[in-house]
Write a protein that binds this ligand. Structure first.
Ligand code: NAP
Length: 243
């Protein structure tokens, strides 16, 4: 079987670790990103140099008009899309809910929830021979992220519910849909929230006493996509050091 995966937000952080691992496992990988082409192209060059198959494609997953083009590109370069990792996500600077602007809340929902919905919908329409989807949620869906990112936590809660419902809709079609919930992982995302050192600050509160590595999340995603998880759908793996 020619395994072809789209990894949204695949150019950096958890997405990049996932793209690398899946390429090593023989998938053709479409590395999606929004705007930072240098990181995406460097990752693709590295995967290709190691004998893998990958290419980069820019698309804002929250834009309805850009998602079909992402799937078309993957199909043209690599073949029919059989697997999808909805990893693209973002957060806004730390703030209490009372101080949040509507525009910010809407942007966070658009990228995290609408982006996931649009890519799931495209996959559901195209994966005729079955397939597997992993949605990247967050432990924030459980904790609510008070005083920092209630908007982001609410978006991740929506992703969990969407994952559960879609898994039931698509089960009979042979498409498995699962989720991962990372905890505090060392990536650049925390700088976008205004605190690059956030993971180090919070490490003492993590039962395993450290932040996670992107590769540790990638391993769980790859397992859920794989045939080893052939009887797993509508499930979630927390990768959060015990949080
Ligand atoms: P990151 O390092 O900030 O990387 C974000 C990636 O998403 C980049 O490739 C970025 O592309 C892409 N992206 C952002 N908005 C996009 C859009 N609208 N359309 C397409 N691509 C977009 O993030 P990360 O920390 O690896 O997080 C990855 C996922 O894990 C997210 O869903 C996040 O919510 C989740 N997560 C992370 C943590 C953590 O502690 N890091 C914890 C729980 C959950 P550009 O490079 O072009 O900007």
């Amino acid at each position: 079987m020619n395994k072809v995966v789209i990894v949204t937000g695949g150019s950096r952080g958890i997405g990049a670790a996932t793209s690398r691992l899946l390429a090593e496992q023989g998938y053709g990988v479409c590395v999606n990103y929004r705007s930072r082409s240098a990181e995406a192209e460097a990752l693709v060059a590295d995967i290709t140099a190691r004998g893998g198959r990958a290419f980069a494609h820019a698309a804002d997953v929250s834009q309805e008009g850009e998602v079909p083009g992402l799937f078309n590109a993957a199909e043209q370069v690599l073949g029919p899309v059989t697997h999808l990792v909805n990893n693209a996500g973002m957060l806004a600077p730390q703030a209490r809910l009372a101080e949040m602007e509507l525009a910010r809340f809407a942007r966070v929902l658009n990228v995290n929830v609408i982006g996931c919905f649009l890519c799931c919908r495209e996959a559901a329409r195209r994966m005729e021979g079955g397939g597997a989807i992993v949605n990247v949620s967050s432990v924030a869906a459980r904790t609510g992220s008070p005083n920092e990112y209630v908007d982001y936590a609410a978006a991740k809660g929506a992703i969990d519910t969407l994952t559960r419902g879609l898994s039931l809709e698509l089960a009979a079609a042979g498409i498995r849909v699962n989720g991962v919930r990372p905890g505090f992982i060392h990536t650049e995302m925390h700088a976008d929230g205004g605190e690059p050192g956030r993971v180090a600050r919070l490490s003492p509160q993590i039962p395993l006493q450290r932040g996670g590595r992107p590769e540790e999340v990638a391993a769980a995603i790859a397992w859920l996509l794989s045939d080893a998880a052939s009887y797993v759908t509508g499930s979630f793996i927390d990768i959060a050091g015990g949080r």
